[in-house]
Design a protein around this ligand. Sequence first.
Ligand code: CP
Length: 312
Amino acid sequence: MLDQRSLLGVADLAPAGALAILDLAEEYVALNRRRDKKRGVLRGLTQINLFFEPSTRTQASFELAGKRLGADVMNMSVGSSAVKKGETLVDTAVTLNAMHPDILVVRHAMSGAVALLAQKVNCAVVNAGDGAHEHPTQALLDALTIRRRKGRLSRLTVAICGDILHSRVARSNIALLDKMENRVRVIAPSTLLPPEIDRWRVEVFHDMKAGLEGADVVMMLRLQTERMSGGFIPSVREFHHRYGLDHEKLAAAKPDAIVMHPGPMNRGVEIDALVADDLERSVIREQVEMGVAVRMAVLDLLARNIPGEGAA
Ligand code: CP
């Protein structure tokens, strides 16, 4: 069970809570493979998806998750909303709150924006990614994928590679994998590591083959060029040469190591198409499938804490 109203980050998720989500998600994986995918656990509830940044996987899977569980789901079109007329995040939150939603799913470009919004509303809030801070449901779906493929979620060596600096996926994964007692490595040029990296519970590598040596899981990250305004890398070609995952570099990992990527991928930049599409090693499509199940589990567990009739 989850004893919290909202899911803002892995940081405030106890290991037991994370495992409860993964265990329930397993049931939803089975449900989603059936012809009848509907359950009524969110019947009567209103879910609003409020995405201030682009998304394919996260927004679509939260929409499917809410609908499969019986909620009324509304996708706010931020591009045609009053945000375009200058309405602030807080005013947008207060306005939506007046319509009595039960769950808000929010993505925003600023770290901390989702937590700020959560203070202004009296419904459940799920962080669907805030700046370079957290993307908790991505870490949970990654954890479910790893547990299904490796048979456990502890005592694994996980290498997270590429643009660590701008990655909320890396931060949430590191937090969750550490809670589950894994060995986490980051592999990146020093320009794509945060200044506080020394305080993170990770081993740092600048060379792919050294960092991938003996890894059970290889997690590639998207090079987030849209968040870069200067010389983070000499060139995309040089970055690909040193940090792009191909079969030659992957050979340093364990022979049964799995390859992950949160998407969207830059093929030929951080990952070669031949590796991304190698179904012996790549679990990228499975990550997408797990995303729907994990988000159903998160919505279901949070909804159990929503007060019933007569409550304020
Ligand atoms: N992994 C992820 O967050 O993908 P989207 O940006 O498509 O939601």
